[in-house]
Design a protein around this ligand. Structure first.
Ligand SMILES: [Zn+2]
Length: 183
């Protein structure tokens, strides 16, 4: 059974199986014309039959060419979709390493999830240096992983966390810096 155009649609490109069935019909017709031509004695009649046969074969070729073009477009889409999926999976795996953390009340950042056993003073201790990731950047369309920079509290000013990309500032509560991220 051959599917119709409406039945088989792959991401916007209809798979037109009628092209293949059309090609098969054309080839069958050409074969029948050829058989009939073999029985003819008259050269003019035979030439007409051969011309008709050639026309059918050209039809078949055109249908198959159109079908090939569709197939190539589908292959390209399949390739692009596979690539996108790989990117999304990678981003998800990357995101899974971080958990949302309230740096100061009402202000959030992502923090590498070190697990409950590997903590120091309530903060995780992981193999890589302790760091915060900017939440707006990480949740944005580009999924950018931007490490927040600490402008530490000094005698004169209260410190803050700063994102060099989206310029988000998170002011520290006014006491000592919350984690030992100064380097
Ligand atoms: Zn940012």
């Amino acid at each position: 059974m051959i599917a119709t155009t409406d039945e088989t649609i792959f991401r916007g490109i209809p798979m037109d199986f009628s092209l293949v069935s059309g090609a098969v019909a054309s080839i069958t017709a050409a074969k029948e014309i050829g058989k009939a031509a073999l029985g003819l004695r008259d050269f003019n009649q035979m030439a007409a039959q051969i011309s008709e046969m050639n026309a059918r074969l050209l039809d078949a070729q055109e249908s198959l060419f159109a079908h090939n073009t569709q197939l190539l477009a589908l292959q390209q889409q399949h390739f692009e979709t596979t690539q996108k999926l790989a990117e999304v999976e990678k981003a998800l795996a990357e995101k899974g390493r971080y958990t949302l953390f309230e740096i100061v009340p009402g202000s959030f950042a992502y923090r590498a999830d070190g697990g409950p056993s590997a903590t120091h003073g309530g903060n995780p201790v992981t193999a890589e240096p302790e760091h915060y990731i900017c939440q707006p950047c990480f949740d944005g369309p580009d999924r950018r992983k931007v490490t927040l920079r600490l402008h530490p509290t000094s005698k004169h000013i209260v410190g803050w966390w700063h994102c060099p990309v989206c310029k988000t500032d998170i002011r520290l509560p006014g006491e000592a810096p919350p984690i030992n991220a100064r380097r």
